[in-house]
Design a protein around this ligand. Sequence first.
Ligand code: URA
Length: 240
Amino acid sequence: MKRLDKLLALNCNLSRKEARQLIKDGKVSVNGRTVLRAEELINTEEDSIDVKGTNFTIKDHIYIMMNKPRGVISATSDSRKETVIDRVPDVLRRRSLFPCGRLDRDTTGLLIITDDGEMAHKIMSPAHHVYKTYIACLENELSGENIAKLEEGITLGDGTVCLPAKVRAFTNSDDIPCAEISIREGKYHQVKRMFAALGNKVTDLQRIAIGSLSLDEKLPEGGCRELLPEEIEMLFTDKQ
Ligand code: URA
């Protein structure tokens, strides 16, 4: 059971004060009956809420897939630079959204934005073994020997030892040497530093999957959409 004003604030991107005003103005009904008390307790499993005549689905949390564009920072707010949260459309906006892990400013691709701290921790913590898969375009072709080093767990320039990665080398349609690399940690600039430790350089980086959930190819750069319930599950299962 949750208070009506709290639920409205969470789900409709309103302050508690704005939510209370909406209720006071008689704009909110529960199971067809106008409710004027902000503290009315709502059964989030069963009750049906209408705001200004439109039914809305009660959700404890929201999970958004973004195709992060280049040039935008993975932060909740910044006084000068545009953040991924600035890019979330109003219909999906809630008060406490944050990006689940960080992609560098020049990295593109799959980013999950949510207001669910517990779930974000599960994705980010190496203990939960969630693989994040990237396509890295490289300056030099990757040798079999270097693939083996990444697969064993490479040591970065500062002595940090990485967990074993899954790696596949290929050449893209522009004839650029690339690697598909899956890691289950999120160290600072990790993929770039892993290739730097091999004397190579990442010239372009895109995240294409988290767990078995791939970036929706129909989502344009900068685009966002809500995840389906089955897609949330896929974040925690391995890619075959
Ligand atoms: N590794 C990097 O080097 N950069 C990212 O943005 C993500 C992983």
